[in-house]
Design a protein around this ligand. Structure first.
Ligand code: AMP
Length: 290
């Protein structure tokens, strides 16, 4: 496995490994890898000839009061996991390497960034857009793998790829969960034992919602109210948002619409803080198909 720390090293490694036109699968991450990341690497390994992983905690996608400084990091462990997933190249640039000067170019996807994490974290998706655009140019992947744990991010990147004609296939990967249902996240290590226990409400309520939204009288508002009530039973939980939207357009479903009368794919998206740790989770449901 080659570890590249500079763009020049990466270009050299790419020429060496994939210069003959071999297919490239790419998994961009912020490191502190877990089985969710590993599932993306394994899919890339199975579907492409060369697997590239990037590990970069991108400061541009963190707000001023967010957890950039305390974001968990463990390069040695990440490299070992990457190796065990048969990764060919790991790109681990410094901030200086990625942004030698302050970028004056922005990659801004409108509309689908206006709600959910885009509303709670102003500028977050602009940071995601620029770093993914740069990484796509550097790695030139045929396929790039993203987890539906970050469903809004997937929608944003699919839109960016479509609008800017990036020659890459975006592969949506399912959320990998702990045995008890908690969505795997690098941030889970920051939860206390009690918070970790209470955080199970997120995956449990997503499951319950799958049944609730089939009830004949259920409207968007009443569903969201039921979800908020369940989460509110946890004394450490502080709701950032609970939303039901069409996916991937992230358009609103009218609040008083009965769900049985709607149709298409909707996302129930949750962002909840447990102490200082903000967790997100979501589920997609197909509604109105009789
Ligand atoms: P991150 O390191 O958190 O930026 O995540 C890097 C990639 O891994 C993103 O595409 C995430 O959506 C994906 N990912 C994170 N957690 C999970 C999970 N539990 N299951 C599947 N993919 C995940």
């Amino acid at each position: 496995m080659i570890i590249a720390r500079t763009k020049e090293d990466l270009r050299h490694a790419m020429r060496e490994m994939a210069g003959d036109g071999r297919s490239i699968g790419f998994v961009p991450t912020m490191g502190y890898l877990h089985e969710g990341h590993a599932s993306l690497l394994t899919a890339a390994r199975e579907q492409c000839e060369v697997t590239v992983l990037s590990i970069f905690v991108n400061p541009l996608q963190f707000g001023v009061n967010e957890d950039l400084e305390v974001y968990p990091r463990d390069e040695a462990r990440d490299v070992a996991i990457a190796e065990s997933c048969h990764t060919d190249i790991v790109f681990i640039p410094s901030v200086q390497e990625m942004y030698p000067t302050r970028p004056l170019t922005s990659v801004k996807v409108s509309e689908i960034t206006e709600e959910l994490c885009g509303a709670s974290r102003p500028g977050h998706f602009d940071g995601v857009g620029i770093v993914i655009a740069k990484l796509f140019h550097l790695v030139k992947p045929h396929r790039a793998y993203f987890g539906m744990k970050d469903a809004q991010q997937v929608a944003v990147i699919e839109q960016m790829v479509h609008d800017l004609d990036f020659d890459v296939e975006i592969v949506r990967m399912p959320t990998v969960r702990e045995a008890d249902g908690l969505a795997m996240s690098s941030r889970n290590v920051r939860l206390s034992a009690e918070q970790r226990h209470q955080a199970l409400v997120l995956s449990n309520v997503l499951k319950d919602a799958g049944f609730w939204l089939k009830q004949p009288e259920m409207t968007v508002d009443s569903l969201l109210e039921a979800v908020r009530t369940e989460i509110g039973k946890m004394d450490e939980a502080e709701i950032d948002y609970v939303e039901l939207m069409q996916y991937p357009s992230l358009q609103r479903v009218p609040a008083n619409q009965r769900l049985l009368e709607a149709s298409g794919t909707v996302i129930l998206a949750l962002a909840v803080k447990f102490g200082a740790t903000r967790l997100i989770d979501n589920a997609l449901y197909t509604i109105g198909e009789r």
